[in-house]
Design a protein around this ligand. Structure first.
Ligand code: AKG
Ligand code: FE2
Length: 376
């Protein structure tokens, strides 16, 4: 039987539920797994908006001339288009960049305008992109509040107020992602020598092993499209089903939430930032992913396929950039840091701000962008 990630499914949409209990479940899942499914009943993010966001992605990746996307190439502010292989999430183990294309939208202005160029093919969608950003923002605020309650942070809105738009700009990004199908890859893939056979045999991945940088990520996926895996504490890769048991009849697959490095750092490592990757299911070894390791192809979840192309949408939530990552006023966080010698924010190390933390991480995965800029 296929081993899959056992991640809890939590319903935060029922106002009659005991909030302290929901908060506790969320915190325990964040500590144990670093990943949580949030049941999508259509209340927080309407079903038709998720559908419209995927339709926008299709238009952007399938119907937009490459020159239009190139004119919006990703900048140091992390906004814009990232071409196939441009990003390398696991540079130590990848011989070629990620097999994906992505487009990052930064937060809209207070008047709901995007603060970056977007291709003319999707310019009429600006109000929608802005609204979708805001819907995700509100959901992330609610999750931050629940984490505050679950960790008995005083005041419980400590994390939430660090993320409020009215408190300043942030590195928050809404990202549309497109992963081509294995069969569409020819011997010449965007100038790189990558054949279908070598994709199967080597460690080529759609997105290299990484953990996310911000406070948390909300991930939307499409039914039936396999590819995401997480690394267990034992070091094995296991697939993360799009529709775990109990969600099959919901109007949308659940939103997959994961804790990012910043929130893990901020909570002295108590909340877990779990390493994950996106694969061509069936093509990778099951071990650590190192060259030379034998192993069966990745397991597939029943009802999912790894053959076709794949879309996903990620909302990377970050605190306001000038926010100092001060010690979290929670006894549990403090005690955990002390026990594990990880009270980094309490120690003699310089207290980082949210944007210092982010820039540190971006430089490592956009080697080319920073290299090119250094040459100028
Ligand atoms: O596409 C996915 O399922 C995950 C993408 C991801 O992990 C990321 O962009 O950070
Ligand atoms: Fe990720």
């Amino acid at each position: 039987m296929t081993s899959v990630a056992k991640i809890p499914v939590i319903d935060i949409s029922d106002d009659n539920q005991d909030q302290a209990q929901v908060a506790k479940e969320l915190v325990e899942a964040a500590i144990e797994h670093g990943f949580i499914y949030i049941k999508n009943t259509g209340k927080a993010i309407p079903v038709e908006d998720v559908d419209a966001a995927f339709e926008l992605a299709r238009k952007l990746f399938k119907e937009t001339p490459v020159e239009e996307k190139q004119a919006c190439t990703i900048q140091k502010n992390n906004r814009g288009w990232s071409a196939m292989h441009y990003e390398t999430l696991d540079p130590k183990n990848q011989r070629v960049g990620d097999f994906k294309e992505a487009f990052n939208f930064g937060e809209p202005s207070p008047t709901n305008h995007l603060q970056q160029p977007i291709p003319p093919t999707i310019s009429s969608a600006e109000p929608f992109i802005s609204r979708f950003h805001t819907l995700c923002h509100h959901l992330s605020l609610r999750l931050n509040t629940l984490l505050g309650i679950g960790l008995s942070v005083s005041p419980p809105d400590f994390f939430t107020s660090a993320h409020l738009r009215e408190n300043g700009a942030s590195g928050t990004i809404l990202r549309l992602l497109y992963y081509p199908s294995l069969s569409s890859l020819t011997s010449q893939s965007q100038g790189h020598e990558v054949s279908r056979t070598s994709v199967k045999e080597k460690e080529d991945v759609r997105a290299g092993a990484h953990s996310d940088y911000g406070s948390m990520t909300l991930l939307f996926r499409l039914k039936g499209q396999a590819g995401l895996e997480i690394q267990t504490r034992e070091g094995n890769w296991v697939p993360v089903p799009v529709c775990p048991p109990g969600t099959e009849n919901d109007p949308q697959p659940p939103i997959l939430v994961n804790i990012g490095d910043l929130l893990s750092y901020w909570t002295n490592g108590l909340l877990r930032s779990t390493v994950h990757r996106v694969v061509f299911p069936g093509a990778q070894a099951n071990g650590s992913g190192q060259e030379g390791q034998e192993g069966k192809g990745n397991s597939l979840v029943e009802g999912e396929s790894g053959e076709g192309e794949r879309y996903s949408i990620a909302y990377f939530c970050h605190p306001v950039e000038s926010m100092k990552l001060e010690p979290v006023p929670s006894e549990r966080v403090r005690a955990f840091g002390e026990e594990n010698g990880k009270a980094v924010v309490n120690g003699e190390k310089k207290m980082l701000t949210a944007d210092e933390h982010l820039n540190m991480r971006l430089q490592a995965s956009y080697l080319k962008l920073y290299e090119d800029e250094n040459k100028e």
